[in-house]
Design a protein around this ligand. Structure first.
Ligand code: URA
Length: 238
């Protein structure tokens, strides 16, 4: 993982940025003696230490800033920070991670009804890079359809001419692989709003289930639905 904060930091700052407690509560916690640095109890909040040297209640700190999370998103959860929208993908992470600063955000989104591979990060630059339309990282989706294919879909999707309603430019060429009459995989290199569902709507079909199984070379591996793991930067697709 990138060490985006390789310098020593004040203990209260470290705890607050990682979401353990507010700044004033962090000071109190440190004064109460729950923090050790290289094995020594430290009660002064302005003491500076490297992240890896610090234990909180005898346990190493949560990962420092610059982390990337690979999540197996289940259906029914929303890629939003707004609690009003229902259960959130962030609810699958440890509670205190909600209070981290900088905050963790999803890299792109999956619809509420879509399952599969979702990346999250607290690294703003990385987020920007990975969501930039400049990078055409292939994303593979497993698609279940309401109706059998009519036969011309692969050609239309590959042509680079398919226009979606309300869009000014056609979809980039996409690769359709037929698994069965109502089961396909579709590889796209963009991330337009509801893109897969809208592509199939444009050819008179309807997506009944959607699962993202790959981004670049990244797959879910053994991760079960709702599980996540922290990945190394060199595992990323770009
Ligand atoms: N395309 C969609 O329609 N939905 C997703 O969640 C992802 C791609």
């Amino acid at each position: 993982m990138k060490n985006s904060n390789p310098s020593k930091q004040r203990l209260d700052q470290l705890l607050t940025s990682l979401g353990y407690a507010s700044r004033s509560e962090s000071k109190k916690l440190i004064a109460s003696g729950v923090v050790t640095v290289e094995g020594k109890k430290i009660t002064k909040s302005d003491f500076k230490a490297f992240h890896h040297e610090v234990l909180f209640e005898g346990v190493p700190l949560d990962p420092q800033q610059g982390m990337v999370i690979l999540m197996h998103k289940p259906t029914g959860l929303v890629c939003s920070h707004d609690d009003g929208e229902g259960q959130l993908v962030y609810d699958l992470l440890p509670v205190r991670w909600r209070n981290r600063d900088p905050k963790i955000s999803t890299i792109g989104r999956l619809d509420k009804d879509t399952s599969g591979l979702l990346l999250l990060t607290d690294d703003g630059q990385l987020l920007h890079r990975l969501t930039s339309p400049k990078y055409h990282v292939p994303k593979l989706y497993e698609v279940t359809l309401d109706r059998p294919l009519r036969g011309d879909e692969a050609e239309i999707f590959a042509s680079g001419t398919l226009m979606l309603k309300g869009e000014k430019s056609p979809c980039l060429p996409a690769k359709l692989k037929i698994i069965g009459a109502t089961h396909v995989t579709l590889e796209i290199t963009e991330g337009r709003y509801h893109q897969i569902r809208r592509m199939f709507a444009a050819v008179g079909n309807h997506v009944t289930a959607l699962h993202r199984s790959r981004i670049g070379d990244l797959t879910l591996g053994d991760l079960k639905s709702s599980e996540y793991r922290i990945i190394k930067l060199d595992e990323l697709p770009i």
